[in-house]
Design a protein around this ligand. Sequence first.
Ligand code: TRP
Length: 337
Amino acid sequence: MKKEIVLTGITTTGTPHLGNYVGAIRPAIEASRNEHVTSFYFLADYHALIKCHDPETVRRSSLEIAATWLALGLDTSNAVFYRQSDVPEIMELTWILNCVTAKGLMNRAHAYKAAVAENEEGGEKDPDKGIMMGLFSYPVLMAADILMFNADKVPVGKDQIQHIEMARDIAGRFNHLFGEHFILPKAVIDDNTATLLGLDGRKMSKSYNNTIPLFAPEKKLKKLINKIKTNSLEPGEPKDPDGCTLFSTFQAFAAASEVSEMRQRYADGIAWGEMKKHLFEYINDHITPARERYEALLESPEHIEQELLDGAEKARAISRPFLKEIRKATGIQPIGS
Ligand code: TRP
């Protein structure tokens, strides 16, 4: 039986934070150990150029993301772990898909619409001011990422569901015109994975500038946890764990029995200072072994590079023949064959 294919990409514009870990990296690494599934995980570095024109950020982020996934124990013998830019067939497929994608479909993409809305609200005469083609056609690149490997399932955040729907539309259009070549992918949203809150109590997100880097050095981690916002209840006063950032963060790491114990300590009026200390120690213990591997990996980038090149080789063993098939379906093929 054909193994199910699960694929997801990580845009290389930032440093992995605790929210990324709990919401995406941890479940993906667990899934990579499932032998009934083939997982494709890749550094979406061409996606990075859509929103970031600082080469140093893109370079550093690629290094940190790759080191993070490897340090956390991604099983690269079972999963295919590669850098998008090492698989040029994806770019070729992007063009082919561009030629069967309705512009009207892209007009409805929410990232593009949000950029237009911002211009309109700012009183701009030209609603497209400052909007690049990369942003506009980004769902086509994403469709190529997914369709290149005929992924069945694509685990993503809610903000990405629309893009998976578009990939399905584009695949359907291609199949209609040129024959059944692509599998229509499905988005998978795991409601059980935790969404971490940031320092200010809003969702932890790079765009809110409220993140805790996953592998922040111990001292920094402590400092940041101490900065997490709480209310002003005094030690001894009963506290409500629900809606408390410290508690929900603890919950994302601790076992169920420890969580219910902590609930009791809230009712008993645990002091915020004590809770912060406990949370720091808990997370730090959890993360220290991986942080050590991470730091060692950053010292030997050639090892990371080799992993990525090996991954790209595995990916291209699929993408090369498949792209040939796709090209042929459209009439792009050697003369006389
Ligand atoms: N656009 C996705 C994000 O911002 C990242 C991504 C790029 C991706 N290509 C993909 C996710 C393909 C899933 C499948 O989160």
